[in-house]
Design a protein around this ligand. Structure first.
Ligand SMILES: O=P(O)(O)OC[C@H]1O[C@](O)(CO)[C@@H](O)[C@@H]1O
Ligand SMILES: [Fe+2]
Length: 208
């Protein structure tokens, strides 16, 4: 049996990038249609900054098994669409029983989580805070600050991402908005549809 080579990856906190990575993707504002509540404000953002990077991910993938850990860094731009803070698309792991950790490096924001049956949990993320996203929680990051939000992450390499779960329910259950006093508030998303008992059972029963 040939062992994998150990690997050192340096986090560039200022640039929001992982060194010695083997993967890199960028999501531009034009890739994020349909995510935000205020479509007029999103249209203006597209006109002004549609081709700019909204967030990017650099990562190292050592293999593809449950026993391999993908690790990487996410960098999110600061800003809002109307009153709604910039966010990632969000997903549940395609193998729903796979967890993830996030370790804040710079900036501050939130990890917004939602269980299949619609429970909501929101935890703050900033430098030196580690967020554990347990199996079966849908998760999305939100940048609340005036600067880039930079987070390290790690998850089992066979997890996969399922984005359809959020689309099918009309978005996540709550939206994270500017409260007008320098902070944030969560408001119910009126378009959100609860998942059916059979969909919930399929997600929770799909554990490998
Ligand atoms: O995949 P999304 O939901 O667009 O968001 C990007 C996020 O996905 C991951 O790349 C992988 O889970 C995260 O670490 C990152 O923060
Ligand atoms: Fe994830």
């Amino acid at each position: 049996m040939t062992l994998q080579e150990p690997r050192l990856c340096q986090v560039s906190v200022g640039a929001g990038l992982l060194g010695n990575a083997d993967g890199h993707y960028q999501k531009r504002f034009s890739d994020l249609r349909g995510l935000y509540a205020d479509s007029a404000a999103f249209g203006r953002l597209l006109e002004e900054r549609g081709q700019e990077v909204a967030y990017e991910v650099t990562s190292y993938t050592p293999g593809s098994r449950v026993s391999d850990l993908i690790l990487g860094v996410t960098r999110m731009e600061p800003g809002k669409v109307g009153d709604e803070y910039f966010l990632t698309r969000g997903h549940i792991h395609a193998r729903g029983d796979r967890p993830e950790i996030y370790y804040g490096q710079a900036g501050h924001g939130l990890m917004q989580m939602e269980s299949p049956d619609g429970e909501v949990r929101i935890l703050g993320i900033g430098p030196q805070s580690i967020c554990y996203v347990p199996p079966f929680w849908i998760h999305r990051s939100v940048n609340l600050g005036p600067t880039d939000l930079v987070m390290m992450f790690a998850y089992p390499a066979d997890s996969g991402q399922d984005y359809g779960i959020i689309e099918r329910s009309g978005g996540m259950r709550v939206r994270i908005l500017d409260d007008g006093q320098g902070g944030w508030k969560q408001v119910e998303n009126p378009a959100w549809q609860p998942r059916s008992a059979s969909e919930i059972a399929a997600i929770l029963g799909g554990a490998a």
